[in-house]
Ligand binder design. Sequence first.
Ligand code: ATP
Length: 328
Amino acid sequence: MEKPIIRIDKASKFYTGELGGIKDVSFQIDRGEITAVIGSSGSGKSTLLKCIYGTLALDSGIIYYDDLRVLGPDERLIPGHPNMKMVSQDFNLNIYATVYDNIGAMVSNRDLKYKGSAVTSVLEQLHISHLKSKRIIELSGGEQQRVAIARALVTNVDVLLLDEPFSQIDTLLKIQLRRDLKAIVKQRNINVILVSHDPLDGLSMSNQLVILDKGKVIQTGSPEEVYNNPRNIQVAKLLGQANIIEPEFAKFLNLVSENQLIIYPEWIQVSDSPNAFECRVVEINFQGRAEEVLIERNGLMLTMMHVDFGKIQIGDIIRIDIKKYIAL
Ligand SMILES: Nc1ncnc2c1ncn2[C@@H]1O[C@H](COP(=O)(O)OP(=O)(O)OP(=O)(O)O)[C@@H](O)[C@H]1O
C-alpha cells in the first residue's frame, strides 16, 4: 500500500493566554485525496492549515510531508514547503497587475513558451480565460478567489491548502469550482486540504472529512461514513441539521431507546404504512428543492424534508414514518 502523503501525529498549537489553537490532532492523508477539515468558527481550522503549511510552529507533535518533518517558521528561511501552496483568505495577489501576470509570476521566464502554455492551461481549467487581461482590482471577490487558486495550481504543486476556497463564490460557480478542483486533483494526482465552515463543501467533494471542534478532531472518515454514523450530536447537527431526540421522547415516535436518537430531516417521510403515526404541521419553509416542514407530536418538534410541494398546509394532521435513525 502507498504511504500517506501527510501524517499528522498529536499536533498541538496553543496561543498564549487564550483558548483556541489545536490539541492532539492526528490523522493522515493518502495520495490523490481531497481532505476537508470542517468545523464551526474558531474550531482551529486555519491554525491547523498553517501548521501543515509550516508557517505556524507546533508546540508539540509532528507533521510529516512525504515522510519528512514539516519545518516551522523558526527552522526555515522561506516559510512553507516548495511543494505545498496555500491559498489564504486574503488571496495575496498583486491587485494592480493583470490576471495573466499574477499567475505567470509563479512560472520561470527561462522558457517563455512553456510559461504561456502553462498559464493558458490553468486559466482554461478554472474557466477564467476571459479574465486573462483584466487587472485584479477590476475583479469580483469570487473571480479573485479563482485567480488565487490558479496561481497556486500553475506551479508544480503537490499539496494545495485552501482556506475557505468558496467563501466568496455564488452557488453556481461554487458547484463548477468544486468539479474543476476534483478533476484537477484526479488528473494531476495531487492532494488538496481545504478548510470550510460549510459542511456541503466537505460532503460533496472530499474523500476524507476531518471534523474539528474546539481544536480537537472529533471524527474522521469518508463523507458517507461520517454522515451516516456521526459520533455525537455536534457532528450530526453540523453535517445535516439533525433532529436530536432525548430517550424519554422516543416513545412518541413509536421507538424505544435508552440513548439519544439522531434523525436527519430527509429520514422522515409522509407515509400510509401501518407504522406511520400522526403529527401536526406547525411551519412550512419553501426551500426550492424541498419544503422544510416543522411537525409536532406530543410536544416533540421535528424537522422533515418534503418534496411533494403544496400537498400539506400549516395545521394539517399528517401521517409520517421514520425511515432510519441512529441511537448514540
Ligand atoms: N494569533 C492568534 N492569537 C491568539 N489566538 C488565536 C490566534 N489565531 C487564532 N486564535 C484563536 O484560536 C482559535 C482557532 O482559530 P482559527 O482561526 O484556527 O479557527 P477557524 O476554525 O479557522 O475559525 P474561522 O472559521 O472563524 O476562520 C480561535 O478561538 C481564535 O480566536
